[in-house]
Design a protein around this ligand. Structure first.
Ligand SMILES: Cc1cc2nc3c(=O)[nH]c(=O)nc-3n(C[C@H](O)[C@H](O)[C@H](O)COP(=O)(O)OP(=O)(O)OC[C@H]3O[C@@H](n4cnc5c(N)ncnc54)[C@H](O)[C@@H]3O)c2cc1C
Length: 558
C-alpha cells in the first residue's frame, strides 16, 4: 500500500507506476541477482552524495527515502514490502541525492548497480517496471525541485539560461532562486560572499559554491562522469551525443559492444533544442526534442553505453591502433573503432531572443512541413546562397510573398544561375539587398520582425510570422586536424564519396574500399550532420548512427 505523498505527483505519473509493488514471483526473480540481508531500524543504507548506490527491494519492514535540510529531514517516500529503492541514478551511476534509512526493521534484497543493469537488459518484464519507475521518479524530483543543486540567477543573464539548459538537458533536478523576484536571495548571496558579477551561482550538494561555473565545472561537481572508467580500451568510442551518436550508442551497446560516448555539452545535440519535431516517424502529434533525445539517452544507458558529459574531443590520433581520442581536460580515451557524430552548427544571426522563436517562427530548413505552416502568408528568407535560393523558390509556390534579405550587394556569386533566373522571374519573390534582421518580436510565436536597410540605416518593422535562416551550417570538424579527408566545406567524406585520389592522398591501406559511412581511415566512421552529403534531419542522423554499427562489427571481427 502506498502512503499519501508529501507532494502532489505530476499529472503524467501514476502512483502504481512510480512506486509499484512487485509480485512474489517478480521478487523471487530479482532476489536471484542479489543477496538477502537484515535491515535494522535507524540504519542508514545510503547517504546523500554516496556513489555506487546499491538497489534495495524490501522483503519485510520499511525503508524511508529522506531529504535532509539543515538539522531536519523531510520524508519523500516510504518503501514497504514488495517496493524498491532507486531512481535514474541507478541507470546513469550518478551520486545519491537522498538519504535512505530503515524505519522498520526487517529484510531486504540488496543488488549492486551492475547486476541490476543486467536484470534491466535481460528481463523484459522487470526491466520495464524498473526503468519506468526510475524515470518517473526522476521526473518527479525535477518537477518538485528536489535535489542537491540550488541555482541563483536572473533570467536576464545569458549564463543563467545556459546553466538551466545544461541541468535540464542532463535531467538533473535543481531548485531555482530568481534574483529579480526573491528579495531574500541577496541575503543568501551575502552569506556566501558572492557579488552580483558572479551570477549565476550554483550551490552544489549544499556546500560547494560555484560562481558562473562552466558546464565542465558543474559536471565535475555533480560527479556526472564519476562512474565511468576512462582507462579501458573500448570497442567503440562515439564522439557527439546528438541523435546520430545516441542511435549508434543504443545499437552498439544493445548488440554487446563496450561503448563510450563523449559529449561536449549535453546529450541531445541540435535536436534536443528543437521545441517540437513533427516529422519524426512514429510521433503523429510531434515530440519535443528534449523528450525524444532524453528517452534515447536513457535507452543507451539502459543497454550499458556510458556517456561522458561536458567532454570535448580535441584531437583524434588516428595513426595508431587502438585509436586515441584526446579531450579538453588533457585526458585521452582509447578505442578500437571510432564513430564521429559531432554534427554541424547552423550559422545563427546574433539576435538576443532568437532561441525563443526557434521552431516557433524561425527555421533552419524549408521542407514541405514548414511550407504548410506558412501557406498563404508572407515569409522572409535570410541568405544569398544556394540553400536560400532553393528555399525562396520552394516557398514561393505556397506563400503569399517571399522577401529575401541579403546583407551584401546581391545574391552570392555561388548561387546557381537557374535559381537566380527563377527568383527574378517570380512575381512573389522580392530581393532586398544590404538588409539585415535586427529584432524579433512576439509572444509564443514570432509576430513581427525588425530589419535595417544598411544603406539608409532605417529600421522597419514588418508583420511576418516566419523567417527562414538559410546562411549555411559549419561542421564541427575543426578538431579533427589532418586525420581525415574533408570536403570543400569541411564535412567528412565517407564511403563512395571518397575518390581514388582522396584514398591515395589519405594512404588508405586496405584492398577493400571504405564501407558506407566509413571515412578515409579504416575503423573511423562519420554519421549525421557532420558527414558530407548527409540530409540534415533527425531521422537520417538516427538511421546513419544505426547503420554504422553494422560495419563496426565487421571491423572488430577482422
Ligand atoms: C532549431 C532546430 C530545429 C530542427 N528541427 C528539426 C525537425 O523538426 N526535424 C528534423 O528532422 N530535423 C530538425 N532539425 C535538424 C536536426 O536537429 C539535425 O539534423 C540533427 O540533430 C543532427 O543530428 P547529429 O547527431 O548528426 O548532430 P547534432 O544534433 O548537431 O549533435 C552533435 C553533438 O555533438 C556534440 N559535439 C560537437 N563537437 C564535439 C566534440 N568536439 N566533442 C564532443 N562532442 C561534440 C554537440 O555538442 C552535439 O551534442 C532541427 C535543427 C535545429 C537547429
Amino acid at each position: 500500500m502506498t502512503e499519501p505523498l508529501p507532494w502532489k505527483p505530476t499529472a503524467t505519473s501514476h502512483l502504481e507506476h512510480l512506486f509499484p509493488t512487485l509480485t512474489a514471483e517478480q521478487m523471487k526473480r530479482l532476489a536471484s541477482h542479489g543477496r538477502r540481508r537484515a535491515i535494522a531500524a535507524g540504519e542508514v543504507l545510503v547517504d546523500v552524495g554516496a556513489s555506487a548506490v546499491p538497489f534495495f527491494l524490501v522483503v519485510s519492514g520499511a525503508i524511508q527515502v529522506l531529504r535532509p535540510s539543515g538539522d531536519s529531514e523531510a520524508v519523500i517516500v516510504t518503501h514497504r514490502p514488495g517496493q524498491f529503492s532507486g531512481e535514474a541514478n541507478m541507470i546513469n551511476g550518478r551520486r545519491s541525492m537522498a538519504r535512505m534509512r530503515v524505519s522498520e526493521p526487517g529484510e531486504a534484497i540488496q543488488i549492486d548497480r551492475d547486476q541490476l543493469l543486467g536484470v534491466v537488459q535481460t528481463d523484459a518484464e522487470l526491466g520495464e517496471i524498473l526503468m519506468r519507475a526510475f524515470i518517473l521518479r526522476r521526473i518527479e524530483l525535477i518537477a518538485g525541485g528536489f535535489g542537491d543543486v540550488v541555482l541563483i540567477g536572473s533570467m536576464h543573464c545569458g549564463g543563467t539560461l545556459r546553466v538551466k539548459e545544461f541541468l535540464t538537458r542532463n535531467g538533473h533536478p535543481y531548485h531555482y532562486i530568481d534574483l529579480d523576484r526573491d528579495s531574500d536571495a541577496q541575503e543568501l548571496l551575502d552569506r556566501f560572499h558572492v557579488s552580483a558579477k558572479d551570477v549565476p551561482v550554483l550551490i552544489c550538494r549544499g556546500d560547494a559554491v560555484l560562481r558562473n561555473p562552466t558546464n565542465h565545472q558543474i559536471a565535475d561537481c555533480l560527479g556526472f562522469n564519476e562512474a565511468i572508467d576512462p582507462v579501458r580500451v573500448r570497442d567503440l568510442v562515439i564522439i557527439g551525443g546528438g541523435p546520430a551518436g545516441l542511435a549508434a550508442a543504443v545499437y552498439g551497446a544493445s548488440e554487446g559492444l563496450d561503448v563510450l560516448v563523449l559529449e561536449a555539452n549535453s546529450p541531445g545535440g541540435q535536436a534536443g533544442s528543437s521545441s517540437r519535431i513533427e516529422n519524426y516517424l512514429g510521433f503523429p502529434t510531434g515530440i519535443s526534442g528534449l523528450d525524444l533525445t532524453g528517452r534515447a539517452y536513457a535507452q543507451a544507458q539502459k543497454f550499458g553505453a556510458q556517456v561522458m558529459i561536458a567532454k570535448d574531443a580535441t584531437r583524434l590520433a588516428c595513426d595508431r591502433q587502438p585509436f586515441s581520442v584526446q579531450m579538453d581536460d588533457g585526458a585521452a580515451v582509447a578505442a578500437r573503432v571510432v564513430i564521429i557524430a559531432t554534427g554541424a552548427e547552423y550559422r545563427r544571426p546574433t539576435l538576443q531572443n532568437l532561441a525563443q522563436f526557434e521552431g516557433a517562427g524561425v527555421y533552419y530548413g524549408a521542407t514541405q512541413m514548414e511550407a504548410q505552416l506558412c501557406a498563404g502568408e508572407e515569409v522572409i528568407v535570410v541568405g544569398g546562397g544556394n540553400s536560400a535560393g532553393q528555399a525562396a523558390v520552394f516557398l514561393a509556390q505556397t506563400s503569399r510573398r517571399v522577401r529575401i534579405l541579403v546583407r551584401g550587394d546581391g545574391l552570392a556569386d555561388t548561387m546557381s544561375r537557374y535559381l537566380i533566373r527563377r527568383i527574378e522571374d517570380s512575381p512573389s519573390i522580392v530581393l532586398r539587398t544590404r538588409a539585415e534582421i535586427v529584432g524579433l518580436e512576439g509572444d509564443r510565436h514570432l509576430e513581427r520582425v525588425q530589419w535595417r536597410d544598411k544603406s539608409t540605416g532605417r529600421v522597419e518593422t514588418t508583420d511576418v510570422r516566419h523567417v527562414f535562416v538559410m546562411t549555411g551550417a559549419m561542421p564541427n570538424t575543426r578538431w579533427i586536424d589532418h586525420c581525415l579527408v574533408l570536403d570543400k566545406k569541411g564535412f567528412i567524406k565517407t564511403g563512395p564519396d571518397l575518390s581514388p585520389d582522396d584514398l591515395a592522398a589519405a594512404r588508405w591501406p586496405l584492398s577493400r574500399p571504405p564501407y558506407l559511412l566509413e571515412a578515409s581511415r579504416p575503423g573511423v566512421f562519420a554519421v549525421g550532420d557532420v558527414r558530407g552529403g548527409n540530409v540534415k534531419r533527425v531521422a537520417s542522423a538516427v538511421g546513419e548512427g544505426s547503420i554504422a554499427v553494422a560495419f563496426v562489427h565487421q571491423i572488430l571481427k577482422q
